[in-house]
Design a protein around this ligand. Structure first.
Ligand code: NIG
Ligand code: FE
Length: 438
């Protein structure tokens, strides 16, 4: 008998992708499902994962967490967020609801520049306090790892300020943050008449300073007709790469402009959005093995038509990740459970495919697939325990937060304050598959 630091027992169903690399095509939906499961945790790692009787036969522990029949899945990995900001933009939301367009609002001085004013006027302390509150909410929603972009500073000083805020939050909070420098998110007001001068500042001043600081793992650019064109994006991302940064890119979000092909040419770690990607773009991404990071709530929130052709991408063998794109302008939600349902409804992804995209594939896009993204022996014990009778409920039930408990690196870091009142056990509903299985 071996001794664990913690046993998690009475798991109704455990569902997890397997492996350390992103899964595409038919493999996307191949998740392992175990009814009546348990976990043994030693330190921050999973030491045993499987049927409860087998785990209990081999492992003992003074600490036991009763999962109360929960659905256990890997903690969600949100592969694309912009969480460092001060001030919200509900006025723009109201304008869009009334019929105004995202680019129209942006060109009138709102949009990203509105958040730039907020960040420049905010102290580091205030930005950190806001970010820590947001990380609490991520955890409550089952997200244990978050890619965090800057991009609302747009000056040397303000972008580094945001990177320091991300580093401080990462050190102080259980949610793991992966920092991305997005100085090329828009052109700041003071450079609107001389955009090339800002590109030069990014190339020769900001990117080298960011790389030197060690505060970013990735660089990113908003490649889009009203912001950075393909040639500017290529130079910026090549420079970032030379300086040792990984490359993530916002491409083909509002218009189709060869962004996906550029991400493929650069062998980017991810190509994000892709609502307007062309057939050639999909083929280029598939050939280069770039991970598409899809954000199904963004077109809904922006009230625009094109939807990322996710099914076509999966059929082409691509291994998509899912993300919220959490930011105050184009998607003001932190909920991965909500993203999963919309991935099913809008993209036609099964619950199993959506789970893999929101865990292992997202972790792989952040170069963390060997440590995060699945519930397997040797992986870090990042686990979300959901009030759900089976895997299908991940996408089927929506509009509430199903997350009851969260473990990060083996520690219980979130427990829902009051479990919903439950009636005493009642007879199974003859037509209810959930009751029948559970
Ligand atoms: O991912 N596309 C560019 N950036 C964000 C929008 C940020 C904002 O509007 O503040 C996005 O949608
Ligand atoms: Fe974004």
């Amino acid at each position: 008998m071996q001794t664990a630091d913690l046993l998690v027992t009475n798991i109704g169903e455990l569902a997890t992708p397997r492996g350390s690399t992103a899964l595409g095509g038919a493999a996307l939906g191949k998740v392992e499902r175990v009814r009546g499961a348990a976990l043994a945790i030693v330190g921050d790692r999973l030491a045993a994962v499987g049927p409860e009787d087998e785990v209990r036969a081999a492992w003992t522990s003074a600490e036991v967490l009763d999962a109360e029949g929960a659905l256990a899945v890997p903690g969600f990995v949100d592969a694309h967020t912009h969480p460092v900001f001060a001030g919200t933009r509900e006025d723009e939301f109201e304008m869009r609801v009334a019929g105004k367009g995202y680019v129209e609002i942006s060109e009138a001085g709102g949009g990203i520049l509105s958040s730039v004013r907020g960040v420049r006027g905010a102290s580091e302390e205030l930005l950190l306090a806001r970010l820590l509150d947001r990380l609490d909410r991520f955890l409550e929603l089952g997200t244990t790892t978050v890619e965090a972009k800057t991009g609302y500073g747009l000056s040397h000083e303000d972008e580094l300020k945001c990177l320091r805020v991300i580093a401080a939050a990462n050190a102080a909070h259980p949610v793991e943050l992966v920092p991305t420098f997005l100085g090329a998110h828009d052109f700041p007001l003071e450079f609107r008449e001389n955009k090339q001068a800002y590109v030069d500042a990014l190339l020769h001043d900001m990117l080298p300073a960011v790389a030197e600081s060690g505060l970013a793992e990735y660089c990113d650019v908003f490649t889009e007709s009203h912001v950075y064109d393909v040639e500017q994006s290529r130079r910026l991302m090549q420079r970032g790469r030379e300086l040792g940064l990984g490359v993530r890119m916002h491409v083909d979000q509002l218009t189709s402009g060869g962004g996906a092909q550029l991400a493929a040419e650069l062998g980017a770690a991810s190509a994000d959005h892709l609502e307007c990607v062309s057939e050639e773009g999909i083929e280029a991404l598939a050939e280069a093995g770039v991970i598409p990071v899809l954000c199904p709530l963004v077109p809904l929130f922006l009230r625009v038509e094109p939807e990322a052709p996710a099914r076509r991408m999966i059929d082409a063998g691509l291994a998509p990740a899912l993300a919220t794109d959490y930011n105050p302008g184009s998607c003001y939600t932190q909920s991965m459970p909500e993203v999963l349902t919309w991935a099913a409804l809008r993209y036609g992804m099964s619950a199993a495919e959506a789970l893999t995209a929101a865990t292992l594939n997202a972790a792989a896009s952040l170069a963390r697939g060997d440590r995060l993204g699945s519930l397997e022996v040797g992986k870090q014990a990042d686990v979300a325990l959901l009030d759900a009778p089976n895997l299908s409920f991940l996408t089927y039930e929506f509009g509430w937060n199903p997350v009851a408990r969260v473990l990060k690196a083996g520690a219980l870091v979130h427990e829902r304050a009051a479990a919903p009142a439950r009636r005493p056990a009642s007879p199974a509903d003859p037509s209810g598959s959930a009751d029948a299985i559970g």
